[in-house]
Design a binder for this molecule. Structure first.
Ligand code: UDP
Ligand code: MG
Length: 335
């Protein structure tokens, strides 16, 4: 996908989700602008998604957009989450390639130069893998490690380890993503699923420039569930196997008790038997029902077919809708 040299300059879209990032966002704009100044023969657009921030993020972004037409802003009506925010950015992007990058400068913009080089070599997805992650808690590192290994055991598509959303994607990949309407979005997995020519680019993840993480434990757990449940139906198999195993063991137990009564002539304490059996079976049934319920809940969520996000206002799109594609799935309220 390398256009000939005489082609008009290619357009690179940067998609930056922001949620209550007033502490960093000015610095982010500055860093991204100076990154863009170093680009040769590539035009750039910055698509900031204000994911329902309740602080000054939106106002700060707007003030930058006034003097720079490359800056475009999509403001959600409420917080929809990072994955949905990035989706809106993908929907609105017009670039020949799109880069997803966090607003907190943990992903150094300078790494994008190397991504572009790989893109020019013909790769369609260049994803950053983190060689170092300073400033993250031991707990976050350990759970992240565990999660990605578990996910890969369960998932039918391999999903690269230690990889976030920081990546460059060529237009064909972006087009496929735009056509994927699922609600519980785990974008890094979706990109793996798409295929094409993908390559890892190791980089040192920086510390958050300012502010604090927008991923409290609860959000992290939801995200982990989205990853596993969207990319694997193994938990369903697991509950089946568990059920079969327990049935087999209980059957043997009953045979054992019967044998003891028959040959030795006495009973094991009846209360104990009942207590153990009821507890075990009750617990297992709830567990399997719970797993089933998770999938059914997701099906329910899909069939409601609500808009994936709601845009309250937008700026920098020249009066046009920022939604380039995906009309059936999103709804837009004009300001
Ligand atoms: N983010 C968002 N919506 C959310 C949570 C986070 O748009 O509901 C953005 C956030 O502003 C940041 C990126 O997603 O640009 C990654 O979030 P964060 O840095 O808090 O995550 P961490 O790096 O701690 O995993
Ligand atoms: Mg961060």
């Amino acid at each position: 996908m390398i256009p000939p040299a005489h082609h008009s300059p290619r357009l690179l879209s940067l998609v930056i989700p922001c949620y209550n990032e007033e502490a960093v966002v000015s610095e982010t704009v500055k860093r991204l602008k100076s990154f863009a100044a170093d680009l040769k023969n590539i035009d750039i657009e910055f698509i900031f998604i204000d994911d329902g921030s309740r602080d000054q993020t939106r106002a700060i972004l707007k003030s930058f957009a006034v003097s720079d037409t490359r800056i475009k802003i999509i403001s959600f009506a409420r917080n929809f989450g990072q994955q949905v925010a990035m989706t809106a950015g993908l929907d609105a992007s017009r670039g020949d390639a799109v880069v997803l990058i966090d607003a907190d400068l943990q992903d150094p913009p300078e790494v994008i130069h190397e991504m572009i080089k790989k893109w020019e070599e013909g790769y369609d997805v260049i994803y950053g893998t983190r060689t170092e992650r300073p400033g993250e808690s031991v707990f976050k590192l350990a759970t992240a490690r565990l999660f990605y290994r578990l996910l890969n055991k369960l998932s039918s598509v391999p999903i690269p380890l230690d990889t976030g959303d920081f990546r460059l994607m060529s237009l064909p990949v972006v087009d496929v993503l735009r056509a994927m309407p699922e609600r519980d979005r785990f974008i890094r997995g979706m990109v793996s699923w798409v295929g094409f020519k993908q390559i890892a680019l190791p980089y040192k993840r920086a510390q958050r420039f300012a502010g604090e993480t927008k991923y409290p434990l609860k959000k992290m757990i939801t995200f982990a569930f989205d990853g596993i449940l969207s990319f694997s139906s193994k938990p369903l198999e697991l509950s089946l196997i568990l059920g079969m195993g327990i049935t087999a063991v209980s059957s043997l137990g009953i045979l054992g008790i019967a044998a003891q009564r028959f040959f030795a002539g006495d009973w094991v304490s009846l209360e104990l038997i009942v207590l153990v059996a009821v507890g075990l079976l009750g617990g297992l049934q709830l567990l399997c029902l719970g797993i089933l319920g998770q999938y059914i809940g997701r099906i329910y969520n899909e069939i409601k077919n609500r808009p994936l996000y709601i845009i309250q206002e937008h700026q920098g799109f020249g009066g046009r809708s920022p939604i380039y594609s995906r009309s059936p799935v999103v709804m837009e309220k004009q300001p």
